[in-house]
Design a protein around this ligand. Sequence first.
Ligand SMILES: Cc1cc2nc3c(=O)[nH]c(=O)nc-3n(C[C@H](O)[C@H](O)[C@H](O)COP(=O)(O)O)c2cc1C
Length: 387
Amino acid sequence: MKNVFSIDDLQNLAKKRVPKMFYEYADSGSWSGETYKANQNDFSNIKFRQRVGVNIENRSLSKTFLGKEVSIPLALAPTGLCGMQHSDGEILAAQASEDFGIPFTLSTMSICSIEDVAKATTQPFWFQLYVMKDKAFISNLLSRAQSAGCNVLQITMDLNILGQRHADVRNGLSAPPKFKLSHIKQILSRPKWALGMLKAKRHFFANVVGHAEGVTDSGALWSWIAEQFDSTFSWDDLDWIRNQWKGKILLKGILDPNDAKKAVELGFDGVIVSNHGGRQLDGALSSISALPYIVDEAGKKMEVYMDGGIRSGQDICKALCLGAHGVLIGRPFLYGLGANGKAGVTRCLEIMRDSLDESIGFLGEKNINDLSRKNILDMSYKKEIFN
Ligand SMILES: Cc1cc2nc3c(=O)[nH]c(=O)nc-3n(C[C@H](O)[C@H](O)[C@H](O)COP(=O)(O)O)c2cc1C
């Protein structure tokens, strides 16, 4: 893609190519957006220590995630409605990440189904679970994901109630969605997107329709979604899920070292330090600020990942220096998808890889596994904050 050098460039293109309601669904945080903004802004509290006069030829960015090699320490985060940024969005993003040698995570609330993505890819992908009230549905979902070859399960811990995003309410994207004349105008103003959608395989949540009891069409779907998020969900429910899953499990949405400690005690394979991209508790700590505390608690006992606010290889580098085993991105790949489908996701991954590679070189490092706190000055980290 010509003249696309940054995630901002992809975002600007996505804004022009995706109908406003879906673009804003991605580019928004809950309530005031404080945590959403902090996720990106707080990276600037961390400064690199540039070192010179070091031979940095033949740098290596590869690493293992839960025992499997990845070309760079990055995975695509689960994103609901991904297939509304571009037709067949989940399939295209999964194919781009497979070509790149990194994991793709399919959301429970995806547009394309588990089986659609499995059919279009050759490598195992990761699956993300929202714990719903309908236990038969969850059991069936876990079994479908395993039959499709998914080898890692992310259990999302921070969404048993929904943070409000004003943009979604204004755009009628709450459950049930309110269709307005302005939606038609938005769609007609994005003809390429609309034509793609006409040819798309799916238009609704394909993991749910035809699989949850009584949800046979889009009408029933919305009332099912509205009542299914389970506010009783607690640590006690995790065993029930674990007994049904043979692969690795990451707990996603951990922001407090006490919760990380619990994840270690319960024997999970890892955690993802995340505030859901600033879409849940507004005013929560940014992920990059929470990361070092979680690493101190759990980093030697499990793999600690993080997501939220990563927009460049420099950001990835900072997270790794603070002890993240790896990172995930949500909006950056969605902007790539909206900008130009699979090629846009690939461009997003290239931007991440190339800027990561050059940054480790400037730090005087050749191997990604050698990054540590020695390479940065963290201007905000104060050990006593969680006492
Ligand atoms: C549009 C959108 C949809 C999302 N849907 C889900 C989801 O279905 N499940 C989930 O666990 N997290 C979901 N998330 C959160 C992401 O997995 C991830 O935590 C977040 O996007 C990371 O922040 P970033 O977008 O700044 O990279 C979503 C995020 C966005 C932006």
